[in-house]
Design a protein around this ligand. Structure first.
Ligand code: ZN
Length: 246
């Protein structure tokens, strides 16, 4: 299914459930409208699981994971439910790896449901590519910063990327990225200079314009970015150069 078709499909799914495509989307109501009998938080390895057995549909979510992640997972499992044949007993597991076609569909469906395209355009179209805008979208839609940034890229053509560090035992580690240009995929590492800069920034919710030193494919480089640092985590919205054609 094309991205366009998934957007239309997600909009139809919400409309049929009597829901406005306006965030925050009441996912529990959406689930109930499509016959989910219960949503259970439990201790498990994967993020989520959809089970249909003996005429009952149950979605399991990993207890203890962030609320925003649970919401994304719930929407993702609803994607599996949409694909499932109603008379078939099956179990769909949610792991964060293995992006096969169905998994990709479910992720796109989840983004389209949680962050409805037309709503994103109406609320954030023309907004500057700022961390404060990503945060506002995330807060309003009850989505993660990463999912929000990816949606801003997808729907509004944003070009910036999100980097997220966590402080472990006094050391900053780059733990996740979203929306990196392809030439930077899996090629970004923090350097001593990166950690020194994060240490030197003022704590607090305000963002600061920085020149971010970082290693890209093993080479030191500097990326213009906007950053915000807390006691244990730091985020930056970075403006990588456009993909170089080789
Ligand atoms: Zn899945």
């Amino acid at each position: 299914m094309s991205t366009e078709a998934i957007e239309r499909f997600a909009a139809r799914v919400m409309e049929a459930a009597g829901l406005q495509p306006v965030a925050p989307v009441p996912l529990e109501r959406l689930a109930a409208a499509y016959g989910v009998d219960s949503i259970v938080r439990s201790v498990m390895i994967e993020d989520g699981r959809l089970e249909q057995r003996n005429g009952r549909t149950v979605i399991f979510l990993r207890e203890g994971s962030m609320a925003t992640r649970q919401r994304f997972t719930l929407a993702h499992e609803l994607g599996h439910l949409m694909l499932a044949k109603p008379d078939e007993d099956f179990t769909a597991r949610r792991m964060w790896s293995g992006p096969d076609r169905e998994e990709r569909f479910c992720d796109q469906f989840a983004a389209a449901v949680l962050l409805p395209r037309d709503w994103v355009i109406a609320q954030f179209g023309g907004a500057p590519e700022r961390l404060s805008v990503v945060r506002k979208l995330a807060r309003t839609a009850e989505a993660s910063l990463s999912a929000s940034l990816l949606r801003l890229r997808e729907v509004l053509g944003w070009e910036r990327s999100l980097l997220h560090w966590r402080r472990y035992e006094g050391d900053w580690r780059l733990i996740s990225t979203a929306g990196l240009p392809r030439h930077a995929h899996n090629r970004l590492t923090s350097e001593a200079a990166t950690r020194a800069l994060l240490d030197a920034l003022t704590y607090g919710p305000d963002t600061q314009e920085i020149s971010l030193p970082i290693a890209l494919a093993g080479r030191s480089t500097v990326i213009p970015a906007e950053a915000s640092v807390g006691e244990r985590s730091a985020v930056a919205l970075a403006a990588f150069a456009r993909e170089r054609r080789v």
